[in-house]
Design a protein around this ligand. Structure first.
Ligand code: H2B
Length: 104
């Protein structure tokens, strides 16, 4: 995680969101929820956490019995959106798909 990464402009964010279908901008974070079965979100979160540790970037995660919600922003950029957020979003999409977690 580069220190003091550059915040993206609104234009950049719109362009990156167009490449990240399913993710929504909410203020200075991007969010997405996935339906899970039988509390399967726990295994999904463990897998996501392993990848987050590797890349040094972490989402806020809300675990419910039937879905998991991810919210990502870059603390080191003053809680603004950066490339790292969209990179993590892409990785979460792949992990969720591997776990059979369907986008909400
Ligand atoms: C030193 C450490 O890698 C940095 O503080 C990382 C940790 N994980 C992070 N996660 C998120 N979401 N934003 C950050 O700016 C961030 N910075």
């Amino acid at each position: 995680m580069p220190q003091n990464p550059a915040p993206l402009s609104d234009k950049d964010i719109a362009e990156r969101l167009a490449q990240a279908p399913g993710w929504a901008r909410q203020g200075d974070e991007i969010t997405r929820s996935f339906a899970t079965r039988y509390h399967g979100g726990v295994a999904l979160i463990v897998h996501v956490a392993d990848v987050e540790r590797l890349i040094g970037h972490h989402a806020d995660i809300d675990l419910r019995w039937d879905h998991v919600r991810f919210a990502i922003t870059t603390h080191d950029a003053g809680h603004k959106l950066t490339e790292a957020d969209f990179d993590l979003a892409e990785r979460i999409d792949a992990i969720a798909a591997a776990h059979g977690a369907h986008p909400l």
